[in-house]
Design a protein around this ligand. Structure first.
Ligand code: ADP
Ligand code: MG
Length: 386
């Protein structure tokens, strides 16, 4: 197997959470024409050059009397002013700085046209990252956009590395296809929740799709001959910097009897969550929490996931405060400072196995939050009652 000499990353949905913005805007543009976004539309549009994406949408929905250019102009109009607000995907900054500081050449290969790219990178979070890339290739700088291999080939050529020496990180099926067609290995962090849209990973990882990961937090550089991360706390918790600040009102959950199991989890209202979290952050996390007017701060294990009761269209965040309360806190404000990633969501073969794992998450939380940087966050002003 060739060692990886360079890493080429996709931008939208991989490093920047622009997919949820685009989805929002696409939804409202289509609504004007009496159409609804479908899973098929999303699948065929995601990861492509904007005009190609709109053409795919028109084809999928059999739209008449409108051109891709018209739809593109309408959506760009909305999006232009919003690009700079795009947030980094969870784990993106950590990954880039890690590889960069170890001297691994990095590049961006995006379907976004150069002018839009500049806008997207002008936000505070993204701007800090531009320095790590040796080169960037935009959608309007190659003849054929993804799923064609052009942008990846051109990038490798510019970096002076062979296709077999490149590792690509992608979120979209079209991007995976493009990288594979270029003869590169790919690690996928899917933006689409339908995993059928992606190739099955090849465990040998000699070519094509090597891994499909729940998030960039789960990327293991050493599997590709790259330097391993050195920042895990207690060997397993990935620090989140800056920590996520989530606050909302505690609402009734679904009475799954979690309290009877000895694992009460407060549910935060969904509106606060939608605006607080990047598109894909499912997993189990640790951090500090406080409630209402109380000055107390508690160690907290929290799972974030997609709610099956709303056809998985709503995100839920369920913090378990590691303290025995003799009361409920429905209707009160709950603040959570999320500072570490513990593990991805998982399916368990039995309820016993699930409960055992949750108790282990709690132990990990208790231990990890004792560590210096994590412990200090307890005093963060965000946790203080306003
Ligand atoms: P629900 O389905 O309404 O979320 P749970 O059985 O999961 O019910 O219990 C969660 C509720 O219990 C919380 O909303 C909160 O009011 C209360 N509660 C009591 N102790 C805790 C705790 N240690 N962590 C989280 N919630 C707690
Ligand atoms: Mg609950």
């Amino acid at each position: 197997m060739h060692t990886v000499k360079a890493v080429i990353l996709d931008l939208d949905g991989t490093l920047l959470d622009t997919e949820s913005m685009v989805l929002d805007v696409t939804r409202s543009v289509l609504q004007k024409y009496g159409h609804k976004i479908t899973a098929e539309v999303q699948k065929s549009a995601i990861g492509r050059k904007p005009l190609d994406a709109w053409q795919a949408t028109i084809d999928q929905l059999h739209m008449q009397n409108v051109t891709a250019q018209q739809l593109f102009d309408e959506s760009e109009n909305y999006l232009k002013s919003r690009w700079q607000d795009a947030r980094l995907m969870p784990g993106a900054a950590r990954l880039l700085w890690h590889l960069h500081s170890h001297g691994i050449p990095l590049a961006l290969a995006t379907s976004t046209p150069r002018a839009t790219f500049e806008r997207k990178m002008s936000g505070k979070a993204a701007q800090a990252l531009t320095a790590v890339f040796q080169t960037t290739k935009c959608g309007d700088e190659v003849e054929h956009g993804k799923p064609a291999p052009d942008c990846f080939r051109a990038t490798a050529k510019k970096m002076g590395v062979a296709a077999e020496e490149c590792l690509v990180i992608e979120d979209a099926p079209s991007g995976v296809q493009a990288a594979t067609a270029a003869g590169m290995r790919v690690v996928v962090v899917p933006s689409l929740r339908d995993l059928e849209a992606y190739p099955k990973p090849d465990p040998d990882c000699s070519s094509g799709c090597c891994a499909v990961l729940p998030s960039l937090f789960d990327f293991r550089p050493e599997l590709y001959g790259l330097p391993p991360f050195e920042d895990a706390i207690c060997g397993e918790v990935v620090p989140i910097q800056p920590p996520w600040r989530i606050k909302g009102t505690v609402v009734k959950g679904f009475g799954r009897g979690s309290r009877e199991l000895g694992i009460p989890t407060a549910n935060l209202d969904s509106e606060s969550l939608q605006s607080a979290l990047a598109e894909t952050v499912s997993g189990v996390y640790c951090g500090w929490a406080s409630i209402g007017k109380s000055p107390e701060v508690y160690k907290t294990a929290m799972s974030i996931g997609w709610n099956p009761y709303y056809k998985n269209e709503e995100k839920t965040a369920e913090p378990w405060l590691l303290h025995d309360f003799d009361r409920d806190f429905y209707g009160e404000e709950l603040r959570v400072l999320v500072s570490g990633y513990i593990r991805p969501e998982a399916n368990f073969s039995s309820l016993e196995a699930l409960i055992a794992r949750i108790h282990k998450d709690a132990d990990v939380t208790r231990e990890a939050l004792e560590y210096k940087n994590m412990a200090q966050l307890k005093n963060d002003p965000f946790l203080r009652a306003q």
